[in-house]
Ligand binder design. Structure first.
Ligand code: ISE
Length: 341
């Protein structure tokens, strides 16, 4: 296929604007054909200078725009279900940012809609699977030299949270990444979740339960803990240490060059995820474009998106005081490997 893949980007906020720049300037084989955002001023700004792009206020208008052959959904989570269903109805391949659909019932409707088509069209934007560090960690674990993985210790810190962030979003929006990464690294389902909250940081906005400490049990008997702290003030930090029977492996400490000068050694800390994970986003979107142009879907599935939402929803119940909450997954359609999770 020599023709460029025309992509409609839904949402021109922080992530959407970054993907528009990436599709326009970094990734090969694709072009931005349409941009939509309820704030058309923001959409126009993100699309400025891109040849042949249409700007729309409504998502469905962008899907029907001339030259659109695929969709990248980067609107807020609650808008994803309608957008995914509209793309599936039109047979358009999709890359949908996480959380796929925050409400598990809605996420399951998307799984069922795709399963009815009988073929995969959608991929979920769990980009840590494309990060070099996470990939190397998975290779070490799969290689078996650490023996069975017993525990994952994860740290997920943001410098500051956006003004619209709620206590629930620390689980649904931030820990969503660790939920998927743990399922992927271990090849196991997360079967229960307990969210604990220390006394909130004075640096967090009032009424935001920040930080939180989340513990998952898995179907293979492992434990996963996550410190999530979205107003840590010092910068964007994501680490993961896997502890096995014969040793441990840790990623996330090696962000910048260690500069030694004038009697001290220091390294920069990125302030934002689009900087920290820039390479992972580039690799993810390039892989999606390449696979789409070949008529294939290779990345995380809508089943992975549903499973993450089901775990996160159990996490939200725990955060609200339910203690340790078990995770119940629906039956997994054959399209995603069959049997139950
Ligand atoms: C954001 O949506 C992300 O995906 C970031 O990776 C995460 O660190 C942040 O907490 C989320 O809000």
């Amino acid at each position: 296929m020599t023709e460029l893949l025309g992509v409609a980007v839904l949402g021109a906020g922080h992530m959407g604007a970054d993907h528009i720049r990436r599709l326009d300037r970094v990734v090969s084989g694709a072009r931005v054909a349409a941009v939509t955002d309820p704030d058309t001023g923001r959409a126009k700004e993100a699309a400025a200078g891109i040849e042949g792009v249409g700007v729309y206020a409504e998502a469905e208008a962008a899907l029907d725009a001339p030259g659109v052959g695929a969709v990248l959904i980067a609107s807020p989570g609650p808008a994803h279900e309608a957008a995914l269903l509209a793309a599936l109805r039109r047979g358009l391949p999709v890359l949908c940012e996480k959380p796929m659909v925050p409400d598990p019932a809605g996420a399951l409707r998307v799984v069922e809609a795709e399963a009815r088509l009988g073929r995969r069209l959608a991929q979920v934007g769990f980009m840590r699977r494309y990060d070099a560090g996470y990939r190397r960690l998975k290779e070490v674990l799969d290689g078996g030299r650490l023996g069975r993985t017993l525990m994952l210790h994860c740290v997920h810190r943001n410098a500051a949270s956006p003004s619209f962030f709620t206590s629930e979003m620390l689980v649904e929006d931030s820990v969503a990444h660790e939920i998927d990464a743990a399922r992927w690294l271990l090849g196991q389902e997360l079967t229960s979740v307990t969210v604990l909250r220390p006394s909130p940081s004075g640096g967090a906005p009032e009424r935001l339960a920040d930080p939180q400490f989340v513990v998952f049990e898995t179907s293979g008997g492992a434990l996963v803990d996550v410190e999530v702290f979205v107003n840590c003030r010092s910068g964007y930090q994501v680490r993961c240490e896997a502890v096995g029977e014969h040793g441990s492996a840790r990623i996330g400490d090696d962000q910048g060059p260690l500069v030694t000068s004038a009697g001290s050694a220091s390294t920069g800390v990125p302030q934002d995820y689009v900087v920290r994970f820039a390479d992972a986003y580039d690799r993810e979107v390039q892989a999606w474009v390449d696979a789409t142009r070949q008529g294939r879907v290779t990345g995380p599935s809508v089943w992975d998106g549903y499973a993450a939402s089901a775990v996160a929803e159990a996490g939200v119940r725990s955060l609200r005081g339910a203690g340790r909450v078990g995770v119940e997954l629906a039956g997994r359609p054959d399209l995603y490997g069959g049997a139950t999770g």
